[in-house]
Write a protein that binds this ligand. Structure first.
Ligand code: BGC
Length: 450
């Protein structure tokens, strides 16, 4: 057997999200999202970029699907813009918005590509934010209504569903650090947001079962591996605490029906009693069909008494390379994570719903020589295969991203795509990594492909 081959039915794909690629932010009856509002405020986004036009995917989806077909991907993960289909977040439905996704899904199926839908990838209707957004418990009903609409509309054609993308980032980048929409800086609010996101996820899974739908539903979490910088006890504890903050705060409720103990106590001491009812956890821990993991980098951690964040400091090392995001390239972190999740939490199928890297490769006579991205992907594929051989049921892999796009607070300055976008002309160019990925998909193997 070729030791570089992936299992027979392994599914290779790419991922995107609505706000990052669609553009057409006010076309055909779409409502405004918190990212429209946030990006229109000067100073929030690098270079004051906005997603108003992005990759113009709303108008160019057919061309983009041709590209996917050319790449040979088996599955495409995208998200639905909630305010495009429900401009006020609830109530009145925008038929033209639904039509866009119907056409997109039909076109994908025609091309033989399986559509995978993320219900929420961060573009909350502004109307709901005006009513407290994810902090207000009423959002749970609104998300339920939105999920019901989308599931009813598309369940005959879509068989793989992701409820929420990265509740960690929604809660903490958006509501504690304020670097993402809605730009709130309050950790206590962020904790309430995280909790309501988790309940909304659980309610959507429950709804999916009640509707008796065929197919699979899961969630995508951004997970990392944390490592102490030395084997001093205080560094080890700092690494453990960071792991609870990023991974445990979401994995524990979903798989164990409770929050991690240590951090819960810290939060309780700091913010007073936080009312989490046991019936909340009954909803949160609904059985899912797969776990989606988004992995980019590890965290190297040291104890620092001066750090405001619970004495935790993440540090860089001279022994590693870093991407344009300044994220350490650490493929072993993915391997360790997969093994740990499988041991500690679940033997459910795992889908890598995002992995990839930003680099500053330039367009050079119509070509983009991104050897660095090939290297990054190759190493992460290899570690995934190693985990599969150890028995971890990784079934799918979605490279982030199909094409360069709006990288949130970094605007268009960070390029994660396999496809290069010239934003002045909206022309698409295959990077070398796209040709390389095509070979991987085609052979279902990383052999001789490096
Ligand atoms: C998100 C993507 C984002 C990517 C790179 C993930 O956190 O789901 O939307 O572009 O990472 O930062």
């Amino acid at each position: 057997m070729n030791k570089n081959k992936f299992p027979k039915n392994f599914i290779w794909g790419t991922a995107t999200s609505s706000y990052q690629i669609e553009g057409a932010y006010d076309k055909d009856g779409k409502g405004i999202s918190i990212w429209d509002t946030f990006s229109h405020i000067k100073g929030n986004i690098y270079n004051n970029d906005t997603g108003d036009k992005a990759c113009d995917h709303y108008n160019r989806y057919k061309e983009d699907i041709k590209i996917m077909k050319e790449l040979g991907i088996k599955s495409y993960r995208f998200s639905i813009s909630w305010p495009r289909v429900l401009p006020n977040g609830k109530g009145e439905v925008n038929q033209k918005g639904l039509d866009f996704y119907k056409n997109l899904i039909d076109e994908l199926l025609k091309a033989g590509i399986e559509p995978v839908v993320t219900l929420y990838h961060w573009d909350l209707p502004q109307a709901l934010q005006n009513n407290g957004g994810w902090e207000n418990k009423e959002i749970i009903n609104a998300f339920h209504e939105y999920a019901k609409l989308i599931l009813s509309e598309f369940n005959d054609k879509v068989k793989t569903w992701i409820t929420i993308n990265e509740p960690f980032v929604v809660a903490f980048n958006g509501n504690s650090r304020g670097e993402h929409a809605p730009g709130i800086k309050n950790h206590k609010i962020a904790l309430q947001v995280a909790h309501n996101l988790l309940i909304s996820h659980g309610e959507a899974v429950k709804l999916f079962r009640e509707m008796n739908l065929k197919g699979k539903i899961g969630i995508s979490l951004n997970l990392t591996s944390t490592y102490p910088n030395t084997d001093k006890k205080e560094d080890i504890n700092a690494a453990k605490l960071l792991e609870e903050y990023i991974n445990g705060w979401f994995l524990d409720p979903i798989f164990k029906g409770r929050y991690p103990k240590k951090l819960s106590k810290i939060y309780r001491d700091k913010y007073g009693p936080i009312n989490k009812l046991s019936k909340d956890f009954d909803i949160i821990k609904q059985k899912i069909d797969f776990l989606g993991i988004n992995y980019y980098t590890r965290a190297l951690v040291k104890h620092n008494p001066d750090s405001k964040f619970y004495n935790i400091e993440t540090i860089k090392t001279n022994d590693s390379n870093y991407t344009a995001m300044d994220w350490e390239i650490y493929p072993d972190g993915l391997y360790d994570l997969l093994i740990k999740i499988n041991k500690k939490y679940t033997d459910l199928p795992i889908y890598i719903t995002e992995n990839g890297a930003a680099f500053n490769n330039q367009l050079d006579n119509g070509k983009i020589h991104d050897e660095n991205r090939i290297e990054y992907l190759y190493k992460h594929f290899k570690k995934t295969l190693k985990a599969i051989k150890k028995g971890v049921p990784v079934k799918r892999y979605y490279v982030w991203s199909l094409m360069d796009n709006f990288e949130w607070a970094y605007g268009y300055s960070k390029r994660f795509g396999l496809i290069y976008i010239d934003y002045s002309t909206q022309k698409r160019f295959f990077k070398d990594s796209a040709y390389w990925y095509k070979k991987v998909i085609n052979s279902n193997s990383i052999k001789n492909n490096k």
